[in-house]
Design a protein around this ligand. Structure first.
Ligand SMILES: Cc1cc2nc3c(=O)[nH]c(=O)nc-3n(C[C@H](O)[C@H](O)[C@H](O)COP(=O)(O)OP(=O)(O)OC[C@H]3O[C@@H](n4cnc5c(N)ncnc54)[C@H](O)[C@@H]3O)c2cc1C
Length: 501
C-alpha cells in the first residue's frame, strides 16, 4: 500500500508518504534487497531513501585513484546477475553492474536520492515506523511511514573517514588527504607522498599513484597480511572458451570460490603458522631475499583475524620492487613542517600525506531511532543472528561478512526478510519483535564480536556501541557463510525468539 496523506502537525502541514517497506541506502545491499523484494513479494510497496545523489554507496563515496574491490565479483556481485569481467573490479565497473541491475529490474522509480534520514520512531499504537529526514538539496523536511524498516546503511559514516589525533598536524605545510574524501583538484605529479596505513585502501592506492608521484611511502605501524594472485579465474576462462552460458559460469565459479574460501578459512584456523608462511612466502618471492620481509610484511596476529587484502597481479609489490614505492614500519611521533617525525627519530618528508587510516563506524547511518518514545541504545539490545535486535520491532539490518563477500549475506538476509513478511501476512499480524526466550535468560552477554576471532581497529574502537551477542547461534552474527546459508532458510519463524502482535 502506498498512500500519500497530509498530516497536520501542531504547527505545520507535512506530507507523509506511506510504504510497506522502507529501505535505507542505495548501496550494493539496498539495491540487492530491493531486487529480492520485487521478485519475492511483488505486491509490497517500498521506497529506498539514499542521502547521496546516486547509487553505489561505498563505490560512489570512494573516489581515490585505483579504487577497486578486494573480493571477487562473482561472490561480491549478486547471485542473480552474472559477473562477466575480471574478478577484482574497479568502482566504475561495480557501479555499472549495479546500474544494469537497477535498469533491468525497473528499480529506479523506487529510489529517492538526496534524502538523508535523521530519525526513525516506532509506535506500538499504530505499528508503524515514522521516518523523518531532509532533502540534502533543498533542506526540505520529509516524512514517511513504513510497516517495516530495512537497514542497508552499511557500517561506516560516509561523510568523513577516521583520522587519529596526531600531534602537531597543523604544523604540516603540505596537504593532508583522507581517501574517503579524495579531492578532485589534487595533483600528485612529481610529489613526494606518504600514505599512512597498511590495509586494502593503502595497498590499492599506492600502486596506482606510484608512477605519477616522485615517490610514495607506505607508513605503517604494523604489517598486514596480503594475498597475491592473478586478476583472472582460470576456470571462468575455460568455461567461456567452451561457450558455457554466463549464468552457468557465474554459478560454477561462485561455488568454486566459496569452496576454496571455506577451505582457506579452515586452514587459517587449523594451521595458522603454515598459512602465515605461505602468505609471506608469496611476498618474499617477489621482493627477493634481501628485502626485510620480517619487519614490513610479517604481522603479529594470526591470519584472518583481520580481512586479508587481495593484491591482484602483485601490483603493490612490483611497485616496491621497482623502487617507486617503499614501506616504513614505525610509529608516528608527530607531524612537522615538512612531513612526519617517527618514534625511531627518522623524519619522512612529504608534500602530500594520505591518511588511509580507516572508517568511523556508524552502525545505524547516524539515524536516531526510538521505540515508543524511548531512544534506542543499540548497546542495550541483543542481536538476533546479526540481523534483528531484541526489543526493536519490524526492523532488519544488513551487516555482511568480513571473511567472505559482504553481499553473500545481503542475499541471505533478504530471503529471510521476505519469508518473515510473508509469515506475518499469513498470521495476520503487524508486528514482530525479537526477544530472549526463557532458556536464554541466563545466557552470558558478550561483545558483538569476539576480538580473538576478528579485531579490525574500526570495530575495536566502537565495541561499546554495538549490540550484544549471546553464546547460542540465534544470538550471534556468526561470520560463517557456510553455516548460515544452510541455517537461515530453516529458521523457525514460530520460535519463541519472535513475538508477534
Ligand atoms: C574502499 C572499500 C572497499 C571495499 N571492498 C570490499 C570488497 O571487495 N568486498 C567486500 O565484501 N566488502 C568490501 N568493502 C566493504 C563494503 O563497504 C561492503 O562490502 C559493501 O559495499 C557495503 O554495501 P552496503 O550497501 O551494505 O553499504 P554502503 O556501501 O556503505 O552503502 C550504504 C548507503 O546507505 C546510505 N546511507 C547511510 N545512512 C543513511 C541515512 N541516514 N539516510 C540515507 N541514506 C543513508 C549511504 O549514503 C550509502 O550510499 C569495502 C569497503 C570499502 C570502504
Amino acid at each position: 500500500m502506498n498512500v500519500m496523506t497530509a498530516v497536520r502537525a501542531a504547527s505545520d502541514t507535512t506530507t507523509v508518504e506511506h510504504f510497506d517497506v522502507l529501505i535505507v541506502g542505495a548501496g550494493i545491499s539496498g539495491i540487492g534487497s530491493a531486487y529480492q523484494l520485487t521478485k519475492q513479494l511483488p505486491d509490497r510497496s517500498f521506497v529506498i531513501l539514499e542521502s547521496q545523489d546516486g547509487f553505489g554507496g561505498t563505490w560512489l563515496t570512494h573516489r581515490y585513484p585505483g579504487i577497486r574491490s578486494d573480493s571477487d565479483l562473482h561472490t561480491f556481485g549478486y547471485s542473480f546477475k552474472p559477473w562477466v569481467g575480471p574478478p577484482i573490479a574497479t568502482s566504475d565497473e561495480i557501479k555499472s553492474y549495479m546500474g544494469d541491475v537497477i535498469a533491468e529490474n525497473d528499480l529506479a522509480r523506487h529510489i529517492r536520492y538526496k534524502h538523508r534520514i535523521e530519525r526513525a520512531s516506532w509506535s506500538s499504537e499504530t505499528n508503524l515506523w515514522t521516518i523523518e529526514g531532509v532533502r540534502t538539496d533543498s533542506g526540505e523536511p520529509v516524512t514517511f511511514t513504513a510497516n517495516f524498516l530495512w537497514m542497508c546503511q552499511g557500517y561506516y559514516r560516509h561523510s568523513e573517514g577516521y583520522t587519529p589525533d596526531w600531534k602537531d598536524v597543523d604544523k604540516f605545510k603540505g596537504r593532508i588527504v583522507h581517501p574517503q574524501l579524495w579531492p578532485e583538484d589534487i595533483d600528485l605529479k612529481d610529489k613526494t607522498v606518504v600514505v599512512i596505513g597498511s590495509g586494502a585502501t593503502a595497498a590499492t592506492l599506492i600502486p596506482s599513484i606510484a608512477d605519477t608521484c616522485a615517490h610514495v611511502t607506505m607508513l605503517q605501524r604494523s604489517p598486514t597480511y596480503f594475498r597475491i594472485g592473478r586478476n583472472a579465474i582460470e576456470l571462468a576462462e575455460t568455461l567461456r572458451q567452451l561457450q558455457v552460458k554466463e549464468e552457468w559460469v557465474h554459478e560454477i565459479v561462485r561455488r568454486k570460490i566459496l569452496f576454496e574460501q571455506d577451505a582457506f578459512t579452515k586452514r587459517c584456523l587449523a594451521e595458522p603458522e603454515q598459512v602465515k608462511k605461505e602468505l609471506i612466502g608469496q611476498i618474499s618471492a617477489i621482493l627477493g631475499p634481501d628485502y626485510d620481509v620480517a619487519t614490513h610484511f610479517t604481522p603479529s596476529y594470526r591470519p584472518w583475524r583481520q580481512r586479508i587484502a587481495f593484491v591482484p597481479d602483485a601490483d603493490l609489490f612490483l611497485g616496491i620492487k621497482s623502487g617507486k614505492a617503499s614501506v616504513v614500519t614505525d610509529e608516528i611521533d608527530r607531524f612537522t613542517e615538512n612531513g612526519i617525525l617517527l618514534k625511531s627519530g627518522q623524519e619522512l618528508a612529504a608534500d602530500i600525506i594520505v591518511t588511509a587510516t580507516g572508517f568511523n563506524l556508524s552502525m545505524l547511518g547516524d539515524i536516531a531511532l526510538s521505540v515508543d518514545g524511548k531512544p534506542l541504545d543499540f548497546a542495550d539490545t541483543v542481536t538476533y543472528r546479526g540481523m534483528m535486535f531484541t526489543g526493536v520491532p519490524n526492523m532488519a539490518w544488513v551487516f555482511g561478512y568480513f571473511r567472505a563477500s559482504w553481499t553473500l549475506r545481503t542475499d541471505l538476509v533478504a530471503d529471510f526478510v521476505c519469508r518473515l513478511l510473508t509469515h506475518m501476512k499469513t498470521k495476520g499480524v503487524n508486528k514482530v519483535v525479537p526477544q530472549l526466550r526463557a532458556e536464554d535468560h541466563n545466557m552470558p552477554l558478550l561483545s558483538w564480536i569476539d576480538p580473538d576471532n576478528f579485531n579490525p581497529g574500526y570495530m575495536m574502537r566502537n565495541m561499546h556501541l554495538l549490540p550484544k551477542r549471546g553464546d547460542k547461534p540465534e544470538w550471534q552474527h556468526s561470520q560463517d557463510y557456510w553455516t548460515e546459508k544452510d541455517e537461515f532458510p530453516n529458521i523457525d519463524l514460530d520460535d519463541a525468539a519472535f513475538v508477534y502482535g
